[in-house]
Design a protein around this ligand. Structure first.
Ligand code: UD1
Length: 360
């Protein structure tokens, strides 16, 4: 029996790892162990997703909790090393680009355990984003690099990664989306929140570059105040944003504030919104598949296919540019069809596990 560890740490990881675990249940020769680092620990950022997405509870929780980047990464490495020493897995699979992704990949690589990175090769070319550092370093030390879109392979080859390690297999986050759309359709969130279909926008905002400095948050606030004259903006707020806004005295009460949402409610909310404003990575992908216009409140995206073939517009954070993009949405000048992106078809996890099984 071969032991493979799948490591997750923060909210966007669960939707990417879930389909891999599900697929592995069809392969009795492999014993999967799910390790949660505990980077995210709140019920609303963690536990609820496992229940809803029917992912088995983690076998091991490292309980690292919050901290500075260095402290958090170091804690994961120290505790994950002990797990690797005990369980001696053949392979560690990491997903996405959070601190836990890099910490687990680095620990395994140093112990000469094979590492697979799911969602490899995405690049914003902006080293001020912690995720960009996590992505680049994880890719450098991985043995299997599974990509979601063609730009990723181009990026990896430019960085000197061996072509034989790169596999274009698609998007496991979209596996989860397609698998759960029917169930999300039964969500009562619109009814509960008294929202009519296509009458509101959804906002998500939590990147340090947008919410950690008062002047940055105020700039985005200015745009949102203007937009809210025309459309109700529903904001399921990340705890980090609320914490920062309170600390800096930035008033967000003109928005329709909600606590972080569970997955099915959130997907339903997005699916029936007029458009989305976000600084998240994954939401650019989900809106493209749902056919909902997405305005990305960042200067760049590591997911260019969502702009080329999806519904994404990268607006930056200038109030003027955000408002212009909003006008394009209102006049139906943005792509709204459901994108048909290669391998974003619900079968990415199957492709990944097949390749890994054949190689190991
Ligand atoms: C992390 C990821 C980011 C991802 C985001 C999704 C990194 C560098 N960043 O950012 O890529 O988009 O998750 O949510 O890994 N907090 C809670 N409860 C929790 C977790 C966090 O209240 O369960 C609060 C804490 O006050 C914490 C803050 O949120 O200090 C930030 O959490 P952290 O895990 O450091 O980063 P995120 O901003 O969540």
């Amino acid at each position: 029996m071969k032991t493979w560890i799948i490591a997750v740490g923060a909210r966007p990881n669960y939707m990417k790892a879930g389909p891999l675990l599900k697929e592995l249940s069809n392969h009795p020769g492999i014993h999967p162990i799910l390790v949660h680092t505990g980077q995210h620990y709140s019920e609303e950022l963690s536990d609820v997703f496992f229940r809803e997405l029917r992912i088995p509870a983690p076998d091991i929780n490292l309980g690292v909790g919050p901290g500075s980047h260095a402290a958090q990464t170091a804690r994961v490495m120290k505790r994950f090393e002990e797990v690797l020493m005990k369980k001696k897995p053949q392979l560690v699979i990491v997903v996405g680009d959070v601190n836990s992704t890099l910490a687990c990949a680095l620990t395994a690589a140093k112990m000469h355990i094979k590492v697979a990175h799911v969602e490899a090769g995405l690049r914003s070319f902006d080293k001020t984003m912690p995720e960009e550092i996590n992505r680049k370093l994880t890719d450098m030390i991985s043995d299997f690099l599974f990509t979601t879109e063609p730009s990723a392979e181009t990026n990896l080859l430019k960085e000197g990664i061996d072509k034989n390690k790169i596999f274009f297999t698609g998007n496991t986050m979209i596996d989860t989306l397609l698998d759960n759309l029917d169930r999300a359709g039964k969500s009562q969130v619109l009814y509960r929140s008294n929202l009519g279909k296509k009458t509101f926008a959804v906002l998500t905002l939590h990147r340090p570059s947008n919410v950690d400095k008062k002047e940055d948050l105020l700039k985005i606030r200015e745009a949102l105040v203007k937009l809210s004259d025309y459309v109700k903006i529903v904001f399921p707020a990340h705890p980090r944003t609320i914490k920062q806004a309170l600390k800096m005295g930035v008033d967000l009460s003109f928005l329709t504030l909600a606590p972080p949402m569970n997955y099915l409610d959130f997907i339903h909310l997005v699916n029936h919104s007029r458009f989305v404003l976000t600084d998240s990575g994954g939401i650019q992908e989900e809106t493209s598949i749902l056919g909902v216009p997405c305005l990305t409140l960042r200067e760049n995206t590591e997911r260019p296919i969502t702009v080329e073939q999806g519904t994404n517009t990268v607006t930056g954070t200038s109030p003027q540019r955000i408002f212009e993009a909003f006008e394009q949405v209102l006049t139906h000048n943005t792509p709204t069809g459901k994108a048909n992106i290669k391998f974003w078809d619900g079968k990415a996890a199957r492709r990944i596990i097949k390749i890994l099984k054949e190689a190991l």
